[in-house]
Design a protein. Structure first.
Lengths: 225, 288, 201
């Protein structure tokens, strides 16, 4: 029970409080502690990514094992994952490894690594294209859903129209003062509301932080006993 | 009425096709409307141009991935090129593994283009520009850099010890960085502002996606950031400013997209207006 | 300029088109590209972690610099893997508690500082229309989101003003979002027309 529940809560409370106090204590010992904590955090964080990788691999392995519909695609995920990781680990991330240059004597240290080839010519085009699909969905939504149903919605649409037009050279060509109007909207009414939201969110974050340190908020520990 | 029915039953793939044409045609037949520079863009440009002495350091945060590269990648290239043109040193840093590839590509591109157009003033990786190794931990990394940059990363992204790199001469922490421009479309901008600017007083500018630009005006007004490049238009304005100096021959990725951007925006406005006409006509008819 | 003869550019172009084929309808080419992307991006992430983090921050300091202080966070980090073994899974809570606790401790003072800067910037230093709009906008927006008070009477009126400001802000953000989405597509068209087909410069 102690290791399962109390110890984690104690760990987070002790380090939380210690690092808050540290902020106010300029002593060199406090500074050393702070530096050590940052180093620790960096190294421990390194492992969180590997956990995420593990979960993805497990998901696709299960899909293949159970022959879930479309399981063949999971093979693509696993094969491409392992091939890319192997190329990256043995061939180097941004500079070819000595091992790679030994195997392929024609490779120079300034050459592009095999990993960067997969990044530049496969990942980059695919990922940016997938996100560019949003332009089409938005066009379809603009046509079907953005209706001036009420005063608020009308205000939203008018502002959107002014900003959309005023932020491109053609808008400036139509009316020379348009960019200044847009800049004014952004700097005053827009900024005021954005700041209101920002202050609200920050207050919420601070409240949650304090709850975590006090052990009131425990969701991050996950369920179970 | 026929027209209204047509609008209401239109297959969305026709809309997709027209949008694609709106963007492709201006590339083939460019018009090149002139454009004004907005103050937030100009203030970053002016700071790099006038307020950093030769040999000074610009830190560029490449905290984006291919999904937003269309907007942010041109910024990374043009700001790096601008800094090189003033003989400043450029350090790229990233808090995400995907950003490391982006930074590496930007560095590669800028160095190649720069050395092509300025053979008499060549720039070198490790001496004038480099990428700091990707290290996980986000806020811990930002804070640790405020204490000691070399100790935070140990090495550059290419596996060289930072302590042995010429570019790091005289750089210990944020105090030795003249300006940071953070390029991101996520809340990581806030992380940099809270920790690097707030706790260590690092002077910052922001380059962000158009989606986030409206939100970040709060940081401009509070002077936590000296300026901002918002979306492709922000990048185009910067390219335009640097273009006047005529020192860098790299492709103006953002500027050549501006005509397409203009025509697509007009198309969006027409879509919204048509959609609303159809809505009101239908509502009126049903009301009768 | 002419059509590219670089095989890698062709691969990139074909993968781009495979994804755009989804706009017509879902098909195996799109699915293939989608899953390939998942695998490649994780594989890429692992490689960068390996060279930039594991080697640089753990292996080299431990093996070459004999810095044994690295061992403590290393053990903490390895404890995370205990979650894959049912009977010791609870041990993974310790490193998580450390990351969350220390992270929050670091954030609290700086977040307060940040908040004060935002509030301070809201104070009107001079009396003009701009400063007035900012003060009224910030306060009324906050009132709108403050649900502990019933939005009636004066509070109701203020929150009405708040929603007006919020709509303008959302409108601005919406206009900007159109711009952002269009830019993403422009980026791809530029690649296809220039790098691949060589139609434009």
């Amino acid at each position: 029970m102690f290791v399962r529940r109390t110890l984690p809560l104690l760990v987070s409370a002790i380090f939380g409080v210690a690092l808050i106090l540290q902020f106010f204590v300029p002593h060199p010992a406090s500074k050393n502690f702070y530096n050590m904590m940052l180093d620790w955090l960096i190294i421990v964080s390194a492992f969180t990514y590997l956990i995420a990788v593990q979960s993805t691999v497990e998901l696709h392995v299960t899909k293949i094992k159970r022959k879930v519909e479309g399981w063949q695609y999971s093979i693509i995920v696993l094969v491409s994952l392992f091939v890319t990781a192997a190329l990256g680990i043995f061939g180097g991330a941004f500079m070819p490894t000595t091992l790679w240059m030994k195997i392929f004597p024609s490779v120079k240290p300034s050459d592009t690594t095999p990993l960067m080839y997969t990044y530049l010519y496969m990942q980059m085009p695919m990922q940016s294209t997938i996100f560019s699909l949003l332009a089409f969905y938005m066009a379809s939504a603009a046509f079907r859903s953005f209706r001036a149903r009420s005063f608020d919605a009308t205000l939203l649409l008018i502002t959107a129209g002014i900003v959309t037009l005023g932020r491109v050279p053609l808008g400036e060509f139509i009316y020379k003062g348009l960019p200044d109007v847009v800049e004014w909207i952004l700097k005053y009414p827009n900024m005021a509301a954005q700041r209101g939201i920002l202050i609200g969110v920050q207050l919420g974050i601070i409240a949650t932080s304090i709850k975590i340190i006090l052990g009131i908020e425990r969701k991050y520990l996950g369920g179970g006993k | 009425m026929k027209f209204i029915n047509f609008i209401n039953n239109l297959d969305k793939r026709w809309i997709y096709l027209v949008l694609a044409l709106c963007i492709i045609i201006p590339f083939i037949f460019p018009v090149g409307f002139p454009m004004k520079t907005t103050p937030p863009v100009k203030s970053i440009y002016d700071f790099i141009e006038d307020s950093i002495p030769e040999g000074g350091v610009v830190l560029i945060g490449a905290d984006y991935d291919p999904s937003t590269m269309a907007e942010l990648h041109p910024m990374a290239k043009v700001i790096a090129a601008h800094a090189l043109s003033n003989n400043l040193r450029v350090l790229f840093v990233t808090l995400y593994p995907q950003g490391a590839g982006m930074a590496q590509d930007a560095i590669d591109n800028v160095l190649r283009e720069w050395n092509k157009s300025n053979p008499d003033n060549p720039k070198k990786l490790g001496k004038d520009i480099t990428l700091l190794a990707y290290v996980p931990g986000v806020s811990a990394v930002v804070l640790k850099m405020g204490e000691d940059i070399t100790q935070t990363f140990n090495e550059d992204g290419y596996g060289n010890k930072l302590s042995e790199l010429e570019i790091m001469n005289g750089i210990k922490n944020y105090k030795d960085i003249n300006l940071m421009v953070e390029l991101a479309g996520s809340s990581v901008v806030l992380t940099w502002l809270i920790y690097a600017n707030g706790r260590y007083g690092l002077k910052m500018g922001i380059g962000t996606t158009a989606v986030s630009a409206a939100e970040y005006y709060s940081y401009l007004q509070s002077k936590q950031a000296i300026g901002m490049l918002g979306g492709l238009k922000g990048a185009a304005e910067y390219e335009h400013l640097l273009g006047k100096k005529n020192v860098y021959g790299g492709r103006k990725d953002a500027s050549i997209g501006m005509d397409a951007q203009s025509s697509a925006h007009i198309f969006f406005i027409i879509l919204i207006i048509l959609g609303n006409i159809a809505y009101f006509v239908k509502k009126k008819k049903e009301g009768k | 300029m002419a059509i590219s003869t670089n095989i890698w550019i062709w691969i990139a172009a074909l993968l781009t088109l495979a994804i755009y084929s989804f706009l017509y309808k879902d098909n195996p080419f799109y699915k293939f590209a989608e899953y390939l992307l998942v695998g490649i991006s994780i594989g890429y992430g692992i490689s960068v972690y390996w060279h930039n983090t594991i080697i640089t921050k753990v292996f080299n300091p431990l093996v070459y610099d004999k810095n044994f202080l690295v061992l403590i966070p290393l053990i903490l980090g390895l404890l995370m893997f205990s979650r894959f073994f049912k009977n010791v899974a609870y041990l993974s809570r310790i490193p998580i508690a450390f990351v969350v606790g220390a992270g929050t401790g670091l954030s609290v003072p700086s977040s307060f500082e940040f908040l004060f800067k935002q509030i301070y910037a809201t104070m009107p230093l001079k009396l003009d229309v701009g400063s007035l709009i900012i003060v009224v906008g910030v306060i009324s927006t906050l009132v709108y989101f403050f649900f502990s008070l019933e939005h009636k009477g004066f509070v109701g009126k203020v929150s009405k003003v708040g929603i007006t400001f919020i709509m303008v802000a959302f409108g601005a953000a919406f206009g900007y979002t159109i711009m952002a989405r269009v830019s993403l597509f422009i980026g791809r068209i530029q690649f296809l027309l220039s790098d691949w087909l060589g139609i434009i410069k």
